[in-house]
Design a protein around this ligand. Structure first.
Ligand SMILES: [Zn+2]
Ligand SMILES: [Zn+2]
Length: 368
């Protein structure tokens, strides 16, 4: 809990509020329940942070109110959906929340529709008008993923709605060399899918070219919106930054948050170049990425390595729980080595939930 400043945890809280709003609007009851539970768990431990007493009263009050509302909403969801079909004890509610919810969970209202009960309880009829026309807006085309140096189209993934996008796999950016320690997946949690624009990686390389020619790294932050259980990465924010040939540090983080907030974007991950190094996650990269993944489990890191002849890019995340726990316990800074996770998994792995979507709009905020 002391690992990050309290403001970081409040940003997670804000992001969970945003996520809950999307799920509420789309009537994704189980996702909503999980998100509200995550929020309440977090809200309950915030007072343990050493800076809590001195922290902004406004912010504390704001979230105290939200916490109370969410507890009520959780109770309502329990009544509507019924306990047995909701997440189990261990991964859902803390003891405090659980007691409060259990107290209220009684009658067999399961057969009533969520919407009706919810409307009766809240009077929010209009919030739950389900939008059946949305699917029409989402026509995806089949296409080939081209990535230097290797073209690839490893599999086609059919969307639950009308179109198609192509699935990126660990093999996509490889060029002959199949010797990788990053194979296999340790995903113990069900991650939402992520779509990235086909133009994202090449567009970023273009922006980074000046630095790359000088053997300096470049980094950017990725923002996504959430719709029907999928994150769509539409925004690249290139912050003011300080870089060397093997590191890159974003400056003025407040500017990044301002863009994210203004456009209601989730901080889904980051992208950076290795101008002369191979495609891998350095220890510093892993620490940087740790905070992204704590913020949002779907967060991923793209490494662009234009001079790596065996792998020009990689899309990575820390393994869960293995890599996350190693990084959580590591106090070192700078370049250093990490022990292997106790469960024998690698520290990080290729994301299996990221897809390239040709039709996704994409915009860049270059703050440099
Ligand atoms: Zn790196
Ligand atoms: Zn470390």
């Amino acid at each position: 809990m002391e690992r990050f400043p309290l403001s970081f945890y409040y940003r997670i809280a804000d992001q969970l509020v945003d996520q809950a709003k999307v799920y509420r609007d789309e009537q994704r009851i189980h996702d909503l329940y999980t998100t509200l539970s995550r929020y309440c768990r977090l809200a309950e431990v915030l007072p343990q942070h050493k800076s809590f007493m001195a922290y902004s009263l406004n912010e504390k009050f704001h979230h105290k109110k939200i916490y109370q509302d969410f507890i009520q909403e959780l109770q309502m969801l329990n009544q509507v959906v019924g306990n047995d079909s909701l997440p189990q004890k261990n991964n859902s509610l803390s003891s405090i929340t659980e007691r409060k919810v259990a107290h209220c969970c009684t009658v067999g209202t399961k057969s009533m529709s969520f919407t009706r009960v919810y409307e009766e309880k809240t009077g929010l009829a209009s919030v739950f008008t389900f939008d059946t026309t949305t699917a029409k807006d989402w026509n995806f085309n089949l296409h080939k993923v081209k990535s230097s140096p290797s073209p690839s189209l490893s599999c086609i993934y059919s969307m639950p709605f009308t179109g198609r996008v192509s699935h990126l796999t660990a093999d996509d950016s490889k060029h002959g060399d199949s010797n990788s320690s990053l194979n296999g997946s340790s995903e113990s949690r069900v991650l939402q899918d992520v779509h990235i624009s086909a133009r994202l990686m090449e567009g970023f390389l273009e922006l980074a070219r000046d630095n790359t020619d000088k053997d300096l790294e470049t980094c950017g932050i990725l923002g996504a919106f959430l719709k029907k259980g999928t994150f769509y990465v539409t925004t690249l924010i290139v912050p003011n930054q300080e870089s060397t040939s093997s590191s890159c540090q974003a400056l003025n983080e407040e500017e990044i948050y301002a863009v994210q907030n203004e456009h209601s974007l989730f901080p889904i991950g980051w992208i950076h170049t290795h101008p002369s190094q191979t495609c891998f996650m350095s220890s510093i990269d892993l620490h940087t990425h740790y905070s992204y993944q704590v913020m949002l489990p779907e967060a991923f890191a793209i490494v662009m390595a234009p001079t790596d002849t065996s792998r020009s890019y990689g899309i990575f995340r820390l393994t869960e729980p293995g890599g996350l726990s190693v990084l959580k316990d590591c106090q070192e800074r700078g370049f250093h080595s990490h022990p292997e996770p106790p469960d024998g998994s690698p520290l990080y792995e290729h994301c299996s939930n990221v897809y390239i979507n040709q039709n996704l709009r994409f915009e860049i905020f270059d703050l440099r």
